[in-house]
Design a protein around this ligand. Structure first.
Ligand code: NDP
Length: 478
């Protein structure tokens, strides 16, 4: 890690000063990694104005040139992968091994965007299918919306930024990025890469500062045509209330369920569930949280899952051997500690974990939980999973579905009838069979139903959300 340095905001192709400097710390050691100026109203205004000017340039840039810039960005991220990974591990507290995976995934996201930039097209409309269309020729095309405000959370400070910035640029939009206040340094590194990749000035702008001011100024700005937000459900709700008439994509939380049938290799399933529950200290929107075992799977699964949970190496995320680092701050670790205490007071049992040192909370397995306990009903966003015994597979599906959220769910079974029952019944944006709900590939459509959000990401699908359909009708006969 380089020495602590004072960073700047990136507006209209220039690195500029702003308001008071905010410290960014290593989430494990507390050491200061750098400072970033907080954007004031004037910097946010300037960023949106710069993006508006750049949007006009980008909209006319040929697709192959947009694709080429994105491909160069992917190459530059790959070249600097270790610097990116170490920055993520330090500022987000993510174990280095998983920070490296995040960087590889961001390379994929930019690579896919470079390809998708060249396949944005519409289709012809058979106008004469109705009497009013006789004598007309029609087709539609996709046009960029203009300025996209990208507001991102702390838990994937590179790849979740990539999932907004790369498709926005692929589609010919300009972006104003507001990363999470706790993790802006990775976003700053990404802006340097994009600058070097040859983006026109103002194509990407970075403003840092509290969501309640900087975030809301962006969301309510009438020059912003689209808000792409990933974060918590309450903030998502607030954004829909204040955004006004503009496109909004919301990628929110989940209480991700897993259903385990008795016909599977329980050693494998327990190990996969442990990784899915604890990587990034469970601070993943699709982290394994509720595990429903069907019939006789309960006892043998629980024993294996507890063992796999205890095998997780907890400590400094910059240590190569570590699986689980700190949570984003001590307040969050105390919050989950209190949720577990509440569950225990209500009759739940803890089988391992429930230990905290500062911001570090150990992988924790609960059982005998009730559906109304916070650890089950609300997004835990922490390294805590509950194992719940169900009489049979169908009952397990029902309980998995009994949630206000709907991002991803998973089922482990070898039985094809069960697979299709699960696909039909689980009301989630994604259903994963024979892996955990934490599985995601960066080009697949990804997003929630119910309280988990609106819209889809996954490059091609994000491009659809970041473009408008323009219909063209040509009268061909008098
Ligand atoms: P938050 O909702 O607290 O913050 C997300 C971003 O929104 C931050 O940049 C934050 O700024 C900003 N923000 C906060 N308040 C406002 C506001 N009023 N108006 C506009 N912007 C605002 O989420 P976390 O960073 O804590 O991330 C955790 C959440 O993200 C979890 O619920 C998780 O499930 C969800 N998530 C969803 C994913 C998905 O793809 N569905 C993926 C990853 C996470 P600031 O940092 O300054 O507060």
């Amino acid at each position: 890690m380089r020495d602590a340095r004072s960073e700047r905001l990136f507006i209209g192709g220039q690195w500029v000063e702003g308001g008071p400097a905010v410290e960014v710390r290593n989430k494990y050691s507390g050491e200061i990694l750098g400072t970033v100026p907080e954007a004031r109203r004037e910097e946010v205004d300037a960023a949106v104005a710069a993006a508006q000017r750049a949007a006009a340039v980008l909209a006319d840039l040929p697709a192959h040139r947009r694709g080429e810039m994105l491909r160069r960005a992917a190459d530059l991220i790959r070249e600097r992968r270790e610097e990116f990974a170490r920055t993520i591990a330090a500022e987000a507290g993510k174990a280095l091994k998983y920070a490296r995976v995040e960087v590889e995934r961001a390379v994929s996201t930019f690579t896919v965007a470079a390809e998708e930039a060249k396949r944005i097209h519409g289709e012809t409309v058979p106008m004469d299918a109705v009497p009013a269309g006789e004598g007309y020729f029609g087709f539609w095309i996709r046009r960029p919306v203009g300025v996209v405000a990208a507001i991102t959370p702390f838990n994937f400070p590179l790849n979740l930024v990539a999932h907004k910035v790369a498709p926005a640029l692929a589609a010919g939009n300009a972006v104003v990025l507001k990363p999470a206040s706790t993790t802006p340094l990775t976003a700053i590194l990404l802006c340097r890469v994009l600058e070097e990749a040859g983006l026109p000035a103002g194509a990407i702008n970075l403003v840092v500062g509290p969501g309640s001011t900087v975030g809301e100024w962006l969301v309510t700005d009438p020059r912003v045509a689209k808000v792409s937000f990933t974060g918590s459900p309450p903030v998502g709700r607030r954004i829909t209330e204040i955004a006004g008439i503009k496109k909004v994509t919301l990628e929110l939380g989940n209480t991700s369920p897993v259903v385990v049938a008795p016909d599977v290799d329980l050693d494998f399933v327990a190990r996969r569930c442990a990784v899915g529950a604890y990587y990034n200290s469970g601070q993943v929107c699709i982290s394994v949280q509720r595990i429903y075992t069907a019939g006789p799977a309960y006892e043998p699964f629980l024993e294996r899952f507890v063992r796999a949970s205890e095998e997780m190496v907890v400590g400094d995320p910059l240590d190569e051997r570590v699986d689980v680092g700190p949570m984003i701050d001590e307040r969050e670790a105390r919050r989950i500690e209190a949720w577990v205490e509440e569950a225990l007071a209500g009759g739940a049992r803890v089988l391992t974990g429930h230990r905290r040192e500062r911001a570090v909370y150990w992988p924790t397995v609960l059982t005998d939980v009730r559906p109304d306990m916070k650890v089950v009903a609300q997004e835990a966003f922490a390294p805590v999973a509950s194992v719940i015994a169900c009489d049979d597979f169908d009952r397990a599906l029902e309980e998995a579905n009994a949630t206000e959220y709907g991002l991803q769910a998973a089922v482990f079974t070898r039985d094809v009838d069960r697979v299709f029952r699960a696909i039909r019944r689980l009301n989630f944006g994604g259903v994963i069979i024979n892996d955990t709900p934490a599985y995601r590939a960066d080009h697949m459509p990804y997003g929630g139903v119910r309280g988990s959000g609106i819209g889809r990401e996954g490059v091609r699908y994000a491009i659809e959300e970041m473009t408008n359909i323009h219909m063209v009708v040509i009268r061909t006969a008098n």
